[in-house]
Design a protein around this ligand. Structure first.
Ligand SMILES: NC(=O)c1ccc[n+]([C@@H]2O[C@H](COP(=O)([O-])OP(=O)(O)OC[C@H]3O[C@@H](n4cnc5c(N)ncnc54)[C@H](OP(=O)(O)O)[C@@H]3O)[C@@H](O)[C@H]2O)c1
Length: 347
């Protein structure tokens, strides 16, 4: 049965799984990710809705607009009540050769949002994420523009993907000082094969009351059992056969898959289900953005919400996927430990 969480401090309720539509379309370089046509997309969206998923993720740049168009058509074809679906899209990626058809300039953000609304056939976007860094547009300029979008009614909430923590915090500070709308959602790579977000980004999201949405929770299909140290090509025409993204430490990945398999067998679950349950059960995670090439994968990924891993399972997975704590976090851990002892003694 689907689980739900509040998105940070917004009061908005989102399903613990968000359906990612990066596989819709298949234009250009996106073909390696997926090329689902309208009919298959309708089936996947229908299944998601029937399973209680109320959160859908796309981007202007996925198949250069095709993903938004197909998602918009699905919402129409399936007669989805607009008030029951939370639609997130993004801006930043290159949408054409022109200098100003990419990035986070006010010029491009406004043009891009209008185009996204047209393709989605909607009058507002629930969450607009900036999809990445644009080092040629000042953070203040970006936040002013995003605030104006909220004021215009075209966008309800703001989100950020793939910015380093210091930039997110700087943006929040500027927005707060100016009385503008702040980011309310963060979307970052987070999986057993990519735990970097635990250092600064997840703590930031908790401290600032932002929702945290992991992308590529299966590391693009690696954490499913179709790749092992003895089978480096899936033989199933899978995405990671052609597209080595997101980059991960494969040697550690094979060890993680071994442990996932052992735990999966003990729960009569699949490797992917255990990998998704680990992400979902991590403290600070709001809604895991899943991807699926077909109904069978989607059904399995949805089943993962019913899987409760034991403390022992979690310990094993945390241990095998551990990476060295980066500086200054290890120094913070060393120094700050002396600040808790007196209180503990007093209690
Ligand atoms: N903000 C960002 O920068 C960013 C970046 C990437 C993604 N995203 C979002 O996150 C969503 C999910 O990302 P992702 O697609 O990379 O997620 P993922 O869960 O890491 O990978 C999904 C892929 O794994 C395989 N798979 C999924 N479920 C499976 C199962 N049960 N059994 C076996 N194989 C399975 C499928 O590919 P194969 O069958 O081909 O192996 C599927 O396309 C995207 O749709 C997008 O909305 C955001």
């Amino acid at each position: 049965m689907m689980k739900y969480n509040y998105l940070g401090d917004t009061g908005l309720v989102v399903s613990a799984l968000c359906f990612g539509t990066m596989t819709f379309g298949g234009e250009g370089m996106w073909e390696a990710v997926g090329k689902q046509p309208q009919k298959e997309a309708d089936e996947l969206i229908r299944k998601s809705l029937d399973s209680g998923i109320n959160f859908f993720d796309t981007a202007n740049v996925y198949s250069y607009g095709q993903s938004e168009t197909i998602l918009g058509n699905s919402l129409k074809n399936l007669k989805v009540n607009r008030n029951e679906a939370i639609i997130a899209t993004k801006v930043r990626g290159m949408m054409g050769e022109d200098h100003n058809n990419k990035g986070l300039s006010r010029f491009h953000i406004f043009n891009s949002v209008d185009k996204s609304l047209e393709r989605l056939q909607l009058d507002h976007i629930d969450i607009l994420y900036v999809h990445g860094v644009d080092s040629y547009t000042s953070i203040k300029e970006i936040m002013r523009c995003l605030n104006d979008l909220i004021e215009s009614g075209k966008v309800r909430y703001l989100g950020v993907c793939n910015w380093p923590a210091w930039m997110v915090m700087k943006a929040q500070g500027i927005a707060r000082q100016e009385g503008w709308n702040e980011f309310k959602a963060m979307q970052y790579f987070y999986s057993l094969s990519g735990r970097d977000a635990e250092d600064s980004l997840i703590p930031l999201s908790r401290s600032e009351g932002l929702g945290f949405m992991p992308w590529s929770p299966l590391a693009g299909g690696f954490l499913t059992g179709k790749y092992t140290r003895y089978k480096k090509h899936s033989g199933e025409n899978a995405r990671r056969d052609d597209l080595d993204f997101p980059p991960i430490n494969k040697e550690q990945g094979y060890e993680i898959v071994d442990v996932l398999k052992e735990i999966a067998d003990s729960h009569e679950a699949t490797i992917a289900e255990v990998a998704l349950a680990w992400v979902r059960m991590k403290s600070g995670v709001t809604s895991t953005i899943i991807g699926a090439k077909n109904l069978k994968q989607l059904e399995s990924n949805i089943n993962s919400v019913d899987l409760i891993l034991s403390d022992d399972d979690l310990d094993k997975l945390n241990k095998v996927s551990d990476t060295p704590t980066p500086y200054p976090s290890w120094m913070v851990g060393l120094q700050d430990s002396d600040r808790t002892k007196p209180n503990e003694r007093d209690l």
